[in-house]
Write a protein that binds this ligand. Structure first.
Ligand code: FES
Length: 110
């Protein structure tokens, strides 16, 4: 199991355990963390936008052109923005910190 820390729009942090191979979107949903995911992980909506904290982004697989194009549709994209449905948990990500953007607060009722 791998520890992932989600920083939520309300300022709280939540450390959760995740199985290798799960996507960050699956991890969030399994732990009742509110992240939109309209297309269910098909990389067709960009509503699962997350920001990876500096220092961790380099440990992720390189972003694909398709993922980058979808992220261009989000509000508040940063250099370390990623789609939660496209990031799979690996041992190397143990302790990773991710920020749930405030836009999720607007989409969902935090
Ligand atoms: S859930 Fe739609 S792109 Fe991630």
């Amino acid at each position: 199991m791998v520890s992932i820390i989600f920083k939520l729009p309300d300022g709280k942090s939540l450390a959760v355990k995740a199985k290798q191979g799960m996507t960050l979107l699956e991890v969030a949903w399994e732990n009742h963390i509110k992240i939109e995911g309209v297309c269910g992980g098909a990389m067709a909506c960009s509503t699962c936008h997350l920001i990876i904290c500096p220092g961790w982004a380099d440990k992720l697989p390189k972003i694909s052109d398709e993922e980058s194009e979808m992220l261009d549709l989000t509000w508040g994209r940063l250099n370390t923005s990623r789609l939660a449905c496209q990031i799979r948990v690996t041992d190397e990500l143990n302790g990773m910190v991710v920020l749930v953007p405030v836009e999720q607060k607007n989409l969902l009722d935090y």
